[in-house]
Design a protein around this ligand. Structure first.
Ligand SMILES: N[C@@H](CCC(=O)N[C@@H](CS)C(=O)NCC(=O)O)C(=O)O
Length: 196
């Protein structure tokens, strides 16, 4: 299998951590930079986004949740805990919507024309704050364990550090901050820290 990634993509980071945790043989292929005409990924599918996974059978999968779910299935469920699988999925959902929300705001900040929409920025800032609170209540006091839920959470918080440092997600959430620090000590997490 081949996993296509770029070093600064928070979505691809989730697939990378999942692949490294799965125990499967996955070749990691860095396809940066994506912003070039006729990017080689276009020969495989319409998206030209990362992450993307070429399976051993030659199928080309896109979208983080589809790829990580596929890796979990192929690994015999190694990416979900035996007990608490539903709670892990709940966490994965929160981590996913936090990442999408942060991504929207980050693009809005860097739009080509005009100023960012204040209404959209406010909506996504408030949504992200709700997600930080939810992650704090789920993860404060937890030990560092890798599964699809914690992978989505840690990658989203890492992305927040990069693009939205002024969110100050650690402020008033010391339990979440301590959990994050422990997670960063795991090689699959620490070694995939976004390059910024
Ligand atoms: N919904 C997609 C989002 C993936 C995505 O937006 N990846 C970005 C990098 S963080 C990308 O490939 N951007 C290149 C582009 O849009 O041209 C997923 O869940 O995988």
């Amino acid at each position: 299998m081949k996993l296509f990634f770029t070093g600064n993509s928070p979505y691809a980071r989730r697939a990378l951590i999942a692949a490294r945790t799965s125990g499967l043989a996955v070749e990691e292929v860095d396809v940066a930079p994506l912003a070039i005409e006729n990017h080689p990924l276009l020969a495989r599918g319409p998206g030209a986004r990362v992450p993307a996974l070429e399976t051993d059978a030659g199928t080309y999968l896109c979208e983080t949740l589809i790829i990580t779910n596929y890796l979990n299935g192929l690994s015999g469920g190694r990416l979900l805990p035996g007990e608490g699988a539903e709670a892990a999925l709940e966490l994965e959902g929160i981590g996913s919507l936090l990442m999408d929300s942060l991504f929207v705001r980050s693009h809005e900040k860097r739009r080509d024309l005009g100023a960012p929409s204040p209404a959209l920025m406010e909506k996504e800032t408030v949504r992200a704050a709700r997600c930080y609170d939810a992650l704090d209540s789920h993860l404060a006091g937890q030990t560092a364990q890798l599964h699809l839920g914690t992978i989505a959470a840690v990658a989203s918080l890492g992305y927040a550090d990069w693009r939205h440092a002024d969110d100050g997600w650690r402020d008033g959430r010391v339990g979440l901050a301590a959990w994050y620090d422990e997670m960063m000590k795991l090689p699959a997490v620490g070694d995939t820290k976004p390059i910024f």
